[in-house]
Design a protein around this ligand. Structure first.
Ligand code: NAP
Length: 355
């Protein structure tokens, strides 16, 4: 069987480029269409990203010569692919993702435009794959036949969502989290070098609100026509931009309804596996959470690429003097937190027969 042709909307940006890189040689998917804004449209992909290609690996040969489409040209996408990844800037995502879905294409989005649309699943495939069950209701209420939208959550929450999920049997009550987020999380050109070199910026617009709200939907449950958030958990977030290129780190304190022992926490993390591991999806790391005993790890530069950037590396588990436990989590923001998570979601869609 041939590979499924996929399109990338926002293919020229930071996340779009990661998608191009991760899909090169993918066993199931092949890039057949790329689109971006008017300023890139009509150029070859190589020309459109000239001077702003961020990967150390070369632009894949099969993508270099693809002509970048204007994201408004949906008919061309329809003729060239069977699924689109969206790495569009937020406002453009708000305008175009529904149009692509209405035209009949499944959309797997990195953008925030639909994260809180009640019948749009916000997926971390190891945590809430059952939320895909809302898709028929989403299609029915909008009169869509084959198209639908699935979104990924914000990159900043990835370094602690799986570690918290693995401990949910103990009843999570309160979470206090401080993130140290890489500059690539702001896209390109992102934060000016004069603002971030030798500096930490203790504010990222909208990020704390997303960090406090998105986990509740992911931990929620599917009802008839939407996803009901789990409002029993209270989260307080501080989000900081730090001078690291890739890798979002988080320091987390957590309180449980029934405090587990340290051994129970470590065993839950070590044994944690989800549907992507059971199905052996191509991008699924064998062990999604890896704990390190080294007291000075995880570190952004040394650990962000674990499991090809798909592993959450956790360390420094210790008692918390205010809540129950505290620990440090790290994940690669443009891989697990964006492009890699989106590819894993698309693999799950294929494995479930939804594309
Ligand atoms: P980026 O580097 O700024 O790229 C934005 C992309 O959107 C570019 O391809 C750009 O095309 C296109 N675009 C911008 N305005 C457009 C318009 N009006 N019409 C059509 N296309 C337009 O941003 P990014 O970091 O890749 O992020 C992409 C999306 O993923 C955002 O929604 C972001 O919030 C989300 N996200 C990012 C990360 C991360 O770590 N960076 C993580 C998770 C989620 P041109 O090149 O032609 O301008």
């Amino acid at each position: 069987m041939g590979k499924i042709k996929v399109g990338i909307l926002g293919a020229t940006g930071m996340v779009g480029q990661r998608l191009i890189q991760l899909l090169d040689g993918h066993p199931w998917f092949e890039v057949g269409y790329v689109a971006a804004s008017e300023q890139s449209a009509g150029k070859s992909y190589a020309a459109a990203v000239e001077g702003r290609w961020h990967s150390a690996t070369a632009i894949p040969d099969r993508v270099r010569g693809l002509v970048v489409g204007d994201v408004a040209g949906i008919a061309k996408a329809m003729a060239s692919c069977s699924l689109v990844f969206s790495a569009l800037e937020t406002d453009a995502a708000g305008v175009y993702e529904e149009k692509y879905a209405a035209a009949g294409l499944p959309v797997v989005s990195n953008a925030s435009a639909h994260r809180h649309t009640p019948d749009v699943p916000m997926l971390i495939p190891e945590i809430n794959p059952e939320h895909l069950g809302i898709i028929p209701a989403q299609q029915k209420s909008r009169g869509w036949k084959n198209g639908f939208i699935v979104v990924k959550p914000n990159c900043s929450i990835q370094s602690y969502m799986a570690p918290l999920h693995a401990l949910r049997e103990f009843g999570i009550k309160h979470v206090i989290v401080s993130t140290m987020q890489a500059v690539s999380g702001a896209g390109h050109p992102g934060v000016a070098s004069l603002d971030i070199v030798d500096n930490i910026i203790p504010f990222i617009k909208g990020e704390e609100e997303k960090s406090e709200r998105e986990p509740l939907k992911i931990f929620g449950r599917v009802s008839g026509s939407g996803i009901i958030s789990d409002d029993s958990i209270r989260i307080s977030a501080h989000c900081n931009r730090v001078p690291v290129i890739d890798g979002h780190m988080a320091c987390i304190s957590v309180e449980f309804k029934k405090k587990p022992s340290r051994e129970q926490v470590l065993a839950a993390w070590k044994g944690f596996k989800g549907v992507p591991q059971e199905l052996k999806l191509p991008s699924a790391p064998a062990q999604p959470i890896v704990y390190t005993d080294d007291p000075v790890r995880p570190q952004s530069r040394l650990d962000r690429d674990n499991g090809n950037g798909m592993v959450v590396t956790v360390g420094r588990l210790r008692e918390c003097k205010v809540l129950d436990y505290r620990f440090v989590g790290l994940s690669h923001n443009t891989i697990r937190g964006a492009a890699g998570g989106a590819v894993l979601t698309a693999e799950l869609l294929k494995a479930k027969g939804l594309v």
